[in-house]
Design a protein around this ligand. Structure first.
Ligand SMILES: [Zn+2]
Length: 581
């Protein structure tokens, strides 16, 4: 409530100062400024009443149509009448005062443009030049906040963003109202920025850094650490947030002023955020260009001739991430079986799944899934997944075996895709899907496992070692990125959330290291990805995955993504699948 006192106190002060005539006050503007916008419509700025439109009714115009014309909604008729003497009949020739807040978006914009001719929309917000009324010729941030954001309460955010020290500004001062706070009328006319954020760069005795200015509603964790350093695991995010806060002189990470200059050291910055021309950024861009030369040339109807290898993460004794009694293994298995069912019912794809729970593939028509640790990996002979690491290695041996057979039959490696389905356990602020693909640089030339658990299996005996010439790895990165982008787009098209920053990643960054998940690293299928459908550490995501409706939607999005990768159009909006047979 104290904030509300700011305006009247200021006004009082103004009166006191104005009456002590000893002060050489600048030539005072009148207490009300009026600017005609068109015949019968005048924008008014009044020292006490604020901004309004003064409108003369048109000939024969009723109160309702008048309200509709000026406010965009006839329901403001009563309010307009009350503010202008109470009569329900409009008086010809009379000027009706309509407060700024109930004006239509169109009139709000026209009114502000008329009164503040130097105002203009910019990429980061509305740039307002204070006009100031009365003897002091100052404008209070509270008032300004009311005009542009609909409430005075945002005055502090505006003050912080503009690094101002006072609660009011002198005539001629430029104040930017950040886009996030603006009324729709103003936000709608902002130019679309080239990049969704801007970075500056600096250097001090501790080294080079990028500077990011926090915007309204942003937190250090998600908006800086996750976005610019690629960290997503809670321990990493929290530790690095602490380091960055210390480096930036932030004492309390929960109360950082808007517009604060946060310093992100170059050594933790993802390469795409380094300055243009920086060696590491150039190297990164070069690797993107190299892999982007390869794109999927196969175009088919209804996945005809396509082999889809579906791998549900974990299973058996390895339950994967376990949060609040929700096991990753059960839910991703259910999704993969739903994908299998959709593919088999609606497309011509050949489907191979790597694991099975029980004697047959069964979709449970229930939200809550029965606990089970009896998944087996379908190698020959099957593996009970007693050791998760062995399980992962046998998955790629199995996938490679399916791939070899499919290529023999179809003779086109690009007609096989590998998809491993998982659910994340990340920093709880994150939500939605994320895709991992293999970075060419982080995969070895050749690899193989030895030991009885491996050699006992047909898939290993067939081909104990895998090798990947560099060019194959680059090609695989390109095709996989294309597949992952289609998959993420299908999630968005199906109304499912995806990771807000960089939903397609070519490596896992964790504990100070970076690597490609093993199931992709040694996998011979050129187009492959590991899909994290949501973040189990986020309460809302965890609730969602416990509903069959969500799991079915995810399965539908996956099928849509596969169809799109092979050149088929999707029905927009509803996430449903169209497939030619
Ligand atoms: Zn997993």
């Amino acid at each position: 409530m104290r904030r509300h006192a700011a305006v009247p106190l200021l006004a009082l002060l103004a009166v006191l100062l104005a009456t002590s005539t000893a002060i050489a006050a600048p030539a005072a503007e009148p207490r009300t400024i009026r600017v005609q916008i068109e015949e019968g419509v005048v924008a008014a700025l009044d020292e006490k009443l604020g901004v309004a439109l003064e409108v003369v009714p048109r000939r024969g115009e009723g109160l309702y149509s008048f309200a509709k014309r000026v406010c965009g909604d006839g329901r403001f008729a009563t309010q307009i009448a009350e503010l202008n003497g109470g009569s329900q009949e409009l008086t010809a020739g009379m000027r009706y005062r309509v407060p700024f807040m109930i004006l239509s978006k169109d009139w709000q914009l026209k009114t502000v443009k008329a009164l503040f001719a130097k105002d203009r929309p910019e990429a980061d917000g509305w740039r307002h030049e204070a006009r100031g009324l009365g003897p002091l010729q100052r404008e209070s941030l509270w008032r300004l906040s009311e005009w542009f954001t609909g409430t005075g309460e945002n005055f502090r955010a505006i003050r912080e963003y503009n690094e101002l020290t006072d609660d009011d500004v002198a005539r001629g001062t430029a104040v930017t109202i950040p886009s996030e706070l603006l009324l729709p009328a103003f936000r709608a006319v902002l130019p679309v920025p080239e990049t969704p954020f801007s970075l500056e760069y600096g250097v001090d005795k501790d080294g080079e850094f990028a500077i990011y200015r926090l915007r309204p509603g942003e937190a250090l964790y998600s908006s800086v650490v996750v976005r610019f350093t690629g960290r997503v695991f809670a321990a990493d995010v929290n530790a690095l947030a602490g380091d960055i806060a210390a480096r930036s002189g932030i004492r309390d990470v929960t109360d950082i002023p808007i517009g604060y200059r946060v310093k992100v050291p170059f050594d933790v910055l993802q390469p795409e955020f380094l300055p243009e021309g920086h060696a590491k950024r150039k190297e990164y861009e070069e690797s993107l260009r190299a892999s982007a030369q390869f794109s999927n040339q196969v175009r088919v109807r209804g996945l005809s001739g396509i082999t889809v290898i579906l791998d549900a993460g974990h299973g058996g004794p390895d339950v994967g991430a376990s949060m609040g009694g929700v096991w990753e293994s059960l839910h991703v298995y259910d999704i993969s079986i739903r994908v299998k069912r959709l593919l088999e019912n609606q497309t011509a794809a050949r489907v191979h799944v790597t694991t099975r729970d029980g004697a047959e593939f069964r979709v449970h028509d229930a939200d809550v899934l029965p606990f089970s640790r009896s998944h087996q990996l379908l190698t020959t002979p099957p593996y009970d997944l007693a050791d998760a690491k062995v399980g992962v290695n046998l998955r790629w041996y199995l996938a490679n075996s399916v791939f070899r057979r499919a290529v023999k039959a179809e003779s086109d490696p690009q007609k096989v895709v590998f998809l491993s389905i998982h659910a994340d356990s990340l920093h709880p602020s994150l939500r939605g899907a994320m895709a991992y693909i293999p970075a060419a640089e982080l995969r070895g030339e050749s690899y193989g496992k030895s030991g009885p658990v491996y050699t006992a299996r047909k898939e290993v005996a067939e081909s104990p070692r895998v090798s990947f010439p560099y060019q194959d790895r680059v090609k695989s990165e390109g095709l996989s990125r294309e597949l992952a982008k289609q998959m993420i787009a299908a999630f968005q098209g199906g109304g499912l959330l995806v990771h807000p920053f960089k939903p397609v990643r070519d490596k896992i960054i964790r504990d100070g290291g970076a690597w490609v998940p093993a199931v992709l690293r040694y996998n011979s299928v050129p187009a492959k990805m590991l899909l994290e459908v949501c973040n189990l550490a986020n309460d809302q995501d965890r609730k969602l995955i416990q509903t069959r409706a969500y799991r079915q939607k995810v399965a539908e999005a996956i099928v849509s993504g596969l169809l799109a990768y092979y050149g088929e159009d999707l029905t927009p909006g509803d996430g449903s699948v169209v497939a030619g047979r």
